[in-house]
Write a protein that binds this ligand. Structure first.
Ligand code: NAP
Length: 555
């Protein structure tokens, strides 16, 4: 037993370390990581900057926030009793319910004693002489751990827009990704929403019901599909529960995005126009993310993609009564699905309300925020409150905020200056014993996040167990394996239409960020197989270091 493991063997994790593992973040990834490590008898400390567990669901409390993956599938599968007992109320769970679920998991598995809330990890430095990390937190303390796991989330670093005068605005300013905890009531207020991605599209219909007037500032129109949310019936829940083992297996192994759905057997151009329209209609009526799964080539073939995009543009024109507003709401600068498709409840119909106005800030840009108004080049719009639905520095933003120093003092930010480089999204060469959950180079944001989180957590836990059993003290991705993986991720991305969009997948929403398609688009099934094969071949592509004989004798 190593010195780093001894704390847990005494039954109690030491308060001040050293730990076997430091986990950064207590969202769905960090919580499950902690649970798995404890099951293996390892000591772990989780640091969470928020005031409670839940990660993305702790921060994103904006009106209308709910998951766009169906609740029966957006849930942990690792514990049979948990998945049998938890009662999801709706097809798509609202944010408060998902947060309640996260809290339930923390309590049920007694996780809280090893989670330190309200604490940021500021710095992590690898010590090559001891093969361990020194981790410094915002409370000024430093602990050591053999391993660090970054469970920092992919959409957790909210991006404030750089708009002149914003700080002088006299009303309240809210970012959807940093929503206050108290109830916000916009009744009687003139509200401006800037941004029309998933967060804006979910919040606009709800805010419109409260506000005396809502102005939506849209730079880029987005494709959105109706959610068709509804209460789950007992039969629906029971049917999932009875079939969970098979449903979870299919999600993990057979579905590209980890969401069980019908698999298309043909491309869009294999059908005639009438049949195609019927199929699109059927998916539109069903609602949700599976719209893009109606044909097997929408992500690859521009002509096929155009048929789906035209269908949605026609729907927008049907729903929105004012033709000029409808035209502005019709996306026309990217293939459908190449930016994360949005799922809405009455988004387009909201623009038929007399108290809602759309301002196209592509043709009439915001020039300045005044104390009580938004000024565009053509007009001045008075507002009492501003909602910024302006997104995140995705996938790398939260990692970049930590000063991570690997071999020879190199920082991860230096290494990733031209874009993130990882092997399997799990590790980066030069940074031994540092794992990333759902990192760039893994399916991550292109998948049902919980499916991907569970796969990464289990792979990392197995890897640590493998090392412990063999007295290995360090694991590191080789440059060669990393280079090949980065090239593969890039190559696969460029067989699709995704790189054509200025999306956050590409880093395009952050000025100066390298434009590289960050997630791995090969699908969760194939990716899982690759990860399993790598492990089965003795962690091929990773270098592992044995403990010094002295260290081994002492353990
Ligand atoms: P987003 O998709 O990045 O959208 C940000 C919006 O803000 C875009 O319309 C963008 O316009 C606009 N914007 C950014 N900076 C601006 C500026 N300076 N001036 C004017 N407009 C500006 O962010 P998001 O809506 O928060 O969604 C991010 C991701 O989170 C989603 O894609 C999804 O994966 C996830 N999410 C999921 C759910 C769900 O499960 N239902 C809900 C919310 C979010 P441009 O497009 O022109 O840049």
């Amino acid at each position: 037993m190593s010195a780093l493991q001894s704390a847990s063997a005494k039954g109690q994790p030491a308060a001040a370390g050293p730990y076997d593992v430091v986990v950064v973040g207590a969202g769905f990834a960090g919580m499950y990581m902690l649970h798995r490590l404890r099951q293996q008898g390892l000591s772990a400390r989780v640091y969470e900057q928020g005031g409670d567990v839940g990660g993305t669901w702790y921060w994103n409390r904006y009106p209308g926030a709910r998951c766009d993956v169906e609740s029966m599938q957006y849930s942990y599968s690792f514990d049979e009793e948990l998945q049998q007992q938890w009662e999801w109320s709706e097809r798509y769970a609202p944010q408060p319910e998902i947060l309640k679920y996260a809290n339930h998991v923390a309590d049920r598995f007694n996780l809280r004693s090893d989670i330190q809330l309200n604490t940021r990890v500021d710095r992590a430095e690898f010590d090559e002489s001891t093969n361990s990390w020194s981790v410094t937190t915002s409370d000024g303390k430093t602990v050591t751990a053999r391993y660090v796991v970054l469970a920092t989330g992919c959409l957790s670093n909210a991006k404030m827009p750089d708009i002149k005068g914003l700080s002088d605005f006299k009303g309240r300013v809210y970012h959807t990704g940093h929503w206050p905890h108290e109830e916000i009531d916009f009744t009687g207020q003139r509200v401006g929403v800037i941004g029309t991605g998933s967060s804006g599209i979910q919040s606009v219909p709800v805010i419109a019901e409260q506000a005396s007037h809502l102005t939506v500032f849209q730079r880029t129109a987005n494709f959105s599909i109706p959610a068709r949310n509804a209460a789950l019936t007992a039969e629906e829940r029971d049917s999932f529960r009875a079939n969970y083992p098979e449903i979870r297996r299919i999600a993990r192994e057979e579905m590209r995005n980890g969401i069980v759905q019908e698999v298309p057997d043909r491309g869009a151009l294999d059908d005639g126009e009438n049949e195609r329209r019927e199929r699109f209609e059927a998916r539109w009526s069903k609602g949700g993310l599976t719209f893009m799964g109606v044909y097997n080539n929408l992500a690859f073939d521009q002509a096929a993609n155009d048929t789906a995009a035209d269908f949605v543009r026609d729907k927008i024109a049907e729903i929105v009564k004012d033709p000029q507003t409808a035209k502005l709401l019709q996306p026309n600068d990217h293939p459908i699905g190449s930016k994360r498709i949005c799922i809405d409840t009455d988004y387009f119909a909201t623009f038929n309300r007399p108290n809602v106005t759309l301002v196209d800030i592509k043709s009439d840009p915001i020039t300045e925020i005044l104390p009580h108004a938004v000024r565009t080049s053509a007009k001045e719009i008075e507002v009492d409150a501003l909602v910024l639905a302006t997104g995140f520095d995705a996938m790398t933003g939260s990692v970049a905020k930590i000063d991570i120093r690997g071999r020879n003092g190199q920082t991860l930010n230096q290494k990733w200056a031209e874009g993130p480089r990882t092997y399997l999204g799990l590790m980066s060469a030069g940074f031994p014993n540092l794992f990333i959950i759902t990192g760039p180079g893994s399916p991550s944001v292109l998948s049902n996040m919980i499916v991907s989180i569970e796969q990464h957590v289990e792979w990392i836990a197995d890897c640590i167990a493998h090392m412990r059993d063999r007295d290995l003290v360090a694991i590191e991705a080789s440059r060669d394996a990393e280079d090949r993986w980065v090239a593969h991720v890039n190559e696969v991305a460029h067989t699709t239409l995704y790189p054509q969009a200025n999306s956050w997948y590409m880093g395009a929403n952050i000025p100066g960020k390298p434009q590289i398609f960050m997630p791995y688009i090969g699908g969760v099934g194939l990716y899982r197989q690759i990860c399993n094969d790598v492990a089965a071949k003795g962690y091929e592509g990773f270098a592992m270091t044995a403990a010094e004989p002295m260290q081994r004798a002492a353990s």
